[in-house]
Ligand binder design. Structure first.
Ligand code: KG4
Length: 340
């Protein structure tokens, strides 16, 4: 069964055709990053307008040479004026093709990204069907979300912890901006960090009392920004690579400590990460090593599938279809939406 996924929740206009929930037949992503760069972040009105301008072309490119049996679309969480563009395109496409319309949650879709593949020879193709993996613990970490999710069985989600303020990607982007890197600076910061000393600067690890898995990134972000500004005022030149490495180490330490503690507390031995920040080299290598040490199974998406894409939407949509979850034509978009 071929499903076209449509994704417009933030600053990527994306469409992809996925066969039987796993095999990616086409995957088109138009990124709006250059449009938002002058403003240092995503401007919802610009995002919405750019989605309108690109959606027909992106969907058309993804559908070239493909047959489509259903249309699935992200309906939240995300920027409402951006989501609505994908939603309306999906409704029109489903109606014109005479196929079912399926709605998916953006975070739930991200968690499917480790299981999708381009070619049956890819490592991801050798993994079990996500429905058969059993209890897992997920970390969805992006520019908009940082959330730890207990998944006792496929399709059942309980949020056990989340950031109380900034998402990890947002903290990366703001720290990077303070060091003069263009939006979104997370990727650049990750690269510069490779040449630095992660122990050069001691940064705080803020904890939330009475909520062991919740987290606050705002204090950590402010600490690195203060370090940079105070040094500049005193005329002290900081080694940029050391600042990047120390900050990256602090963020990854916070993310992995919470994650591994939760796994131990809940007795879960399978961990999955997804979202833009799951492309972070240190996060990937740390969790890979820690899981190996503990005998846990670890699932992470190919780096090309960490950020927003529509292949993950097509994947999630397939399993929704199998569960009989067909959307009505009055489907609406939701800026906030729990995965539970
Ligand atoms: O999932 P995503 O594409 O979009 C949403 O936020 O929904 O995530 C984008 C975020 C940005 O904050 C970006 O800086 C961050 O993911 N990111 C990274 C890396 N690659 C992308 N952060 C740290 N290290 C990376 N390698």
């Amino acid at each position: 069964m071929n499903i076209i996924g449509i994704e417009t929740s933030c600053d990527e206009t994306a469409a992809a055709v996925v066969k039987d929930g796993r095999e990616v037949l086409s995957n088109v992503v138009y990124t709006q990053i250059p449009l938002h760069q002058p403003y240092g972040g995503v401007v919802p009105e610009i995002a919405s307008r750019a989605h309108i301008e690109k959606i027909t072309q992106v969907v058309g490119d993804a559908m070239k040479g493909q047959t489509v049996d259903a249309v699935t679309v992200t309906y939240g969480p995300g920027l409402a004026p951006a989501l609505i563009v994908g939603l309306n395109a999906a409704k029109g496409l489903a109606k014109s093709l005479g196929v079912p319309l399926i709605a998916v949650n953006h975070i739930e879709a991200h968690l499917h990204s480790p299981f999708i593949y381009d070619s049956p020879d890819d490592a991801a193709a050798q993994l079990s069907d996500p429905r058969e993996i059993g209890p897992m613990l997920g970390l969805a970490v992006s520019g908009g979300n940082t959330v730890w999710i207990d998944m006792p069985e496929y399709g059942k989600y309980e949020v056990i912890g989340e950031t109380l303020d900034d998402a990890a990607g947002e903290a990366f982007d703001k720290a990077a901006r303070t060091m003069g890197m263009p939006y979104p600076g997370g990727i650049a910061l990750d690269k510069v960090a490779e040449d630095g000393d992660p122990h050069a600067f001691t940064l705080p690890r803020p904890v939330v009392h009475d909520a062991p898995y919740d987290f606050s990134f705002s204090g950590l972000k402010t600490a690195v920004i203060n370090l940079i500004h105070n040094s500049a005022q005193k005329g002290i030149e900081l080694n940029k690579a050391d600042v990047c490495a120390s900050f990256r180490y602090a963020v990854v330490d916070c993310l992995t400590t919470n994650f591994l503690r939760a796994a131990e507390d809940l007795g879960v031995k399978k961990l999955v990460i997804a979202g833009g920040v799951s492309a972070n080299s240190l996060l990937r290598s740390t969790l890979e090593a820690e899981c190996k040490k503990r005998g846990y199974e670890f699932y992470m998406p190919d780096k090309s599938l960490c950020g927003d894409n529509a292949a993950m939407v097509g994947s999630q949509g397939y399993y929704e279809y199998l569960s009989g979850n067909i959307a009505k034509t009055d489907l609406n978009a939701y800026a906030t939406m729990s995965i539970e």
